[in-house]
Ligand binder design. Sequence first.
Ligand SMILES: C[S@@+](CC[C@H](N)C(=O)[O-])C[C@H]1O[C@@H](n2cnc3c(N)ncnc32)[C@H](O)[C@@H]1O
Length: 284
Amino acid sequence: MKIRTGRLIGSRQWQERFAATGIDADRKTARVLRENKQAWNDWGSIDPLWSIITNPDLKHGRGAIEEFWRLGEAEISHVMSTAANLGLPARKNEALDFGCGVGRLTRAMTRHFSYCTGVDVAETMIDQARRLNQGYPCRFLVNDTNNLAQFDDSAFDFVYTALVLQHLPTVEVIRTFIAEFLRVLKPDGGLLAFQLPTHVPPRSLRNRLRLRTRAFAALAALGLDKRVLYERFNLVPVMQMHFIPKQEVLTHLRSLGASIVEVQCGRFEFGEIDSATYFVTKPG
Ligand SMILES: C[S@@+](CC[C@H](N)C(=O)[O-])C[C@H]1O[C@@H](n2cnc3c(N)ncnc32)[C@H](O)[C@@H]1O
């Protein structure tokens, strides 16, 4: 009898705790999204180009921006030639660049598509993207929710994202955005291509920098100038580095009804981070 009572009480407590965890989980998601947006707004104001491609030549706003654009052109040329070999996308009207930063890849995409849209969580990035890419057939919009609700279903012939998904606040948010990319992709001939790390070692350089990001957050909260913290003390805003193993991504894509047409694997950041680019279509 005692045991049964104990179990009943335990079960109710567990349910209460579970409900409370649900509320906490929502709060936690809202908080991490806010932190994610704040961190990228900080990056956009203190060192946008370096935060995008972490090339030492670009640190502290130095270096030639031409090289920055050239790398974007080279990346999109490679992606489009892979796509051409697959006979995709069937139409080249509308393209979406998710996590566009200052428009490095969006600008390059305008060579291949009639009109491109770049979206980013950070206003500081979007402001610079608008300023730097005047005259190109593209627009830049803030997207600071956990979805792409500002776009209709089947709106784009091509959806691309690179160097972004790893920086989203949680793995669950990454999975949600993959579903959103498929929702806004045109069926029958639309192409989704996205890059996402498949493994980041716990002792990677990225993970060893955590102390510098914690110190930045603590001192910035005390009101110290963020630019000074970055330029004089080498402290940095947070830059999340998540990954999802390839098999899990493939399972997720299949569960969403997508067709996987090609996966290209590679490494970046001093060979420490394994990554894959997935080429995916949406059957009609
Ligand atoms: C490393 S940069 C890459 C920019 C661009 N894709 C490129 O390769 O030039 C990462 C970008 O992702 C954006 N980002 C981070 N979290 C985001 C989110 N939740 N939604 C949309 N963009 C996000 C950042 O603001 C930043 O501009």
